[in-house]
Design a protein around this ligand. Structure first.
Ligand SMILES: Nc1ncnc2c1ncn2[C@@H]1O[C@H](COP(=O)(O)OP(=O)(O)OP(=O)(O)O)[C@@H](O)[C@H]1O
Length: 332
């Protein structure tokens, strides 16, 4: 469905180029939810925006191809791109506040997409908007509300409804549940998962929260400092991580089994992408880094089960995992 190969994105700034995404490769199979996870600033949003073709003017997209059903998205004209948006692929931007315009009634905004982009008549659009609200579990009477009359969870559901208006095959959702409390997060993810399964949608779900990945995704792509450091099926990657960064993320977020008191943060912060470190970008924060990690960048190596990791020590992962589970390992 979507195949991203060697995607590189740089932002031009007065201080020089920011290497936001470096040679990222991954695929999104039909009917699967792929989580794109990593700390803030790792390049997740830039990947999603590059796929959708909504990057700022200061961004240079290099590499590729980014193939969506055989077409290279990064080489399409603006016109060809517009023809795909909403109908073939839809974007739910970070926080629904950006998706919904505060001055128009929510229903009217969904109807606009149906009329302007989908060529429906006004009455068809209204009927479809009611159907879409039913799909995401909101009473159709609320179509006449303004966004500020909605709770955070309802806004997020409404933006999912809007994204699904013209039955796209691919949805990219950027931190769709981040601003919500845990119970509402689950409700929104349940709606998304239910629709995804029913409509056989492919979804890219951008999140910094690995517990969201565990809950809602089939596959995961872990990004660190603009690079893909690990990817594979969620069960494999989260239960048997091969990259120390994924091991660290696993410790740093609560899950259902672990008490909040046992969370272990990864000390330090991601590198400045104006001047990323030469070897493995995680090496300065990695408790297992050796001389070669600092000297040379490890390639993303795929094992037979499709589980890939970019770590010189990934063959030792089974021995490193128990160490990574101990708080003392991460303390400086
Ligand atoms: N318009 C821009 N100009 C310059 N640098 C940018 C721009 N947008 C993002 N960046 C930089 O590119 C890198 C990747 O940012 P991006 O927003 O893609 O990361 P992210 O993982 O999605 O983080 P977040 O969750 O905070 O959005 C960061 O270093 C960020 O500071």
């Amino acid at each position: 469905m979507l195949s991203i190969r060697d995607l590189t994105v740089r932002y031009r700034t007065s201080q020089g180029p920011v290497h936001a995404v470096d040679s990222a490769s991954f695929s999104v199979p039909r009917g699967e939810v792929v989580g794109l996870v990593g700390e803030s600033g790792c390049g997740k949003t830039t990947v999603a925006r590059a796929v959708m073709g909504v990057v700022p003017r200061t961004a240079d997209i290099l590499g590729g191809p980014v193939l969506f059903e055989g077409r290279d998205l990064i080489r399409l004209s603006e016109r060809e791109r517009r023809a795909l948006r909403w109908k073939e692929m839809a974007f739910i931007p970070q926080t629904a506040m950006n998706a919904l315009d505060p001055v128009y009634r929510v229903g009217r905004q969904i109807e606009e997409v149906l009329v302007e982009r989908g060529g429906r008549s006004r009455s068809q659009a209204r009927a479809r908007a009611e159907e879409l609200f039913a799909l995401v579990g909101i009473d159709a009477r609320r179509l006449d509300d303004y966004p500020h009359q909605f709770s955070g969870g309802m806004k997020q559901r409404a933006s999912i409804a809007m994204a699904l208006a013209l039955e796209p095959k691919l949805v990219l959702a950027d931190e769709p549940v981040t601003a919500l409390d845990v119970i509402v997060q689950r409700q929104v993810l349940d709606v998304l998962k239910e629709l995804q399964a029913r409509l056989r949608l492919s979804v890219v779900l951008v999140t910094h929260d690995i517990s969201v990945v565990a809950y809602a995704c089939d596959r995961v792509v872990v990004m660190y400092a603009g690079r893909v450091v690990e990817s594979g099926r969620v069960g494999d990657v989260l239960e048997r991580p091969r990259h120390p960064y994924t091991m660290g993320l696993n410790n740093a977020f609560p899950d259902l089994e672990r008490a909040a008191g046992e969370l272990v943060p990864i000390e330090g912060s991601p590198p400045n992408l104006l001047d990323p470190p030469k070897g493995c970008r995680f090496a300065p924060r990695c408790p297992f880094a050796e001389a070669r990690c600092v000297a040379e960048e490890p390639p993303l190596r795929t094992e037979v089960d499709g589980h890939a990791a970019a770590c010189w020590r990934s063959d030792e992962a089974a021995a490193l995992r128990p160490l990574a589970g101990e708080a003392a390992t991460w303390r400086r």
